[in-house]
Write a protein that binds this ligand. Sequence first.
Ligand code: MSP
Length: 675
Amino acid sequence: MTRKFYITTPIYYVNAHPHIGHAYTTIACDTVARRQRMLGADTFFLTGTDEHGQKIERAAQAAGKTPQQFTDEVAAEFRTLWKRMGISNDDFIRTTEERHKKRVQELFRRIRANGFIYKGRYTGQYCFSDELYVDGARPGDPCPICSRPTETVEEENYFFKLSAFQDKLLELYANADFVRPETRRNEVISFVRSGLRDLSISRSTFSWGIPVPDDPRHVIYVWLDALANYITAIGFGSSHAGAQEAFKKYWPADVHMIGKEIVRFHCVYWPAFLLAANLPLPRAIVAHGWLLFEESKMSKSRGNIVRAETILDVLGADALRYFLLREVVFGQDGSFSFDALVQRYNSDLANGLGNLASRTLTMINRYFNGEVPYPSHAAARTPADGVIREKAEMVIAECSQFFTDHQFSAALESIWIRLIAAVDKYIVDNEPWSLGEKQDENSRSRLATVLYTSAEALRIATALAHPVIPDATARIWAQMGLGDIKSVDLNKLAWGQLRLGTKLNEIQPVFPRADKSAIERMQQMEDERRSSTIEEAKLPAVQPAVAQAPAAPPAAATPASGPATDNAKITIDDFAKIDLRVGVIKVAERVPKADKLLRLEVDIGTEVRQLVAGIAEAYAPETLIGRKVVIVANLAPRKLRGLESNGMIVAASPEGGKPVLAGFLEDVPIGARLK
Ligand code: MSP
């Protein structure tokens, strides 16, 4: 019987546009799914979008759209991007789909029928950005995940008896494979050991969610709604026979892959919900680290995201896929930079695999009329040929283990360093181009052996790398005359399967070299996007109406564009956290190659701060010297165009117009606080 394999990504919040942080998880899952298919497993790969909850409702409001309109648009962006990136998902679930909503209600009913849901009153702190109830926190305390101030929530809710599952969960973690890696497992164990409180699983102060069955004044807690996607998408709770079959076949999931910040939801809440509904548990939850940009987690709220589209436009999907899996040690945090991306692209893809393919296949064309030559008689062999074969065999075995353990960077290192680099050296040492000049039989035989050995190693490297760089490897495979790479059976991959006389197809370079301008082009594309669109905050309601450095002004993201709901109001304590100060501009100059940015030095009484602001289209630098302005002095620093910006200048943001700096009619001392 065919083995099944079911893998999922988290479903992504649609309050943010997709960026390479989201792409990272999706690429990792896609690689696993593709490899499983090549191993013959009946594979189901699921991704999708998380579209309910107050955060999404607020983001839609801030964008001046209905939640449905807003979520339709952003979900489509994710879908389109995954297509462009060669993602091979079998389904894409949206939590606003009917099939999902009905089946979540069914899950709720089951848990309730089993006695694990009761009604109570919740008073406590909630983080709207992470949709997290923060036990034991006081008003204004920060969220343990994102550090934003939590908000006080007080309402009648349905509660889930999470406390009843403490022992069962601890038993579950005894299986070391359930939560990976070990650091995350330890984190979860200590969280559960410290005691579990019952969890509020409904909200009644907004309506953008799935109604609680038989009590539509409440909507189901967005994490219960979202986690359930893993079963609703494959047919749980459906009355259709086909869907029921699919659920029986694919559940439990073999891997839920997630980022490290959502471990608690997946390793504590999710198994508890499943246990309460008498459903089998997933086999493994695998958490990876964060992609950092300019030293902090890439995220919309930090405004330091890099869009995948920029990289796809300049270098293509395989470059992004390869870079992320090669450069970042899976499980740990890793940095993204355009310099490192282009360097890797050139060294490993253009000069590495790309060059090996083109030189080997070109020589087979030139010297053997485009047909894979006969590896010649013993006399024309040297130990070096055998070494390549041994290396290839070792890499096949080693890669299998590394991929199974989700050690993508180690797997790629093995293919590239142990095999591709070794074959390159083998070609240089054996000089097939010199052998090709000679017509004697020994030289011809030796040439045949060298080219066969190189081509066979190329074939093996190509098959092994296919799950990571599907497009280029499919093209190399076709150029080698081997047909469709998807039909390769990885279980059987072995040395010597390249058939003699295989006729090559037309050869074309798969990875053209990138020059230095590629870095600049990508950087410019991203800078332009950042300075022309204000990054809507994750929580628009607590964003001050300011022109963010360096963002130019569209009003779209400010609270002014939508009426604030009661819950969106902040307390005086929240406001007091923003350190607004009067400063005077001492230095103002344009930032080279950035039309919208100015570099400012602002004296705020206690120090002179460097700021980068997106106001160049509204103000000539020389008109700003000596002008008194208001700045947000306690904003975390960020780097723009390599310049550190320490704060944010406050400006009005008229819709469709240029930013207007805030100022004073009366004179005011430098350093004065606004409160
Ligand atoms: N909607 C929830 C998940 C619900 S799953 C039932 C959510 N969404 S999210 O849009 O915030 O995306 C979370 C996932 O995106 C992370 O867990 C991670 O997989 C990926 N990433 C988002 N930013 C990332 C980085 N900067 N680095 C690495 N992965 C990142 O949480």
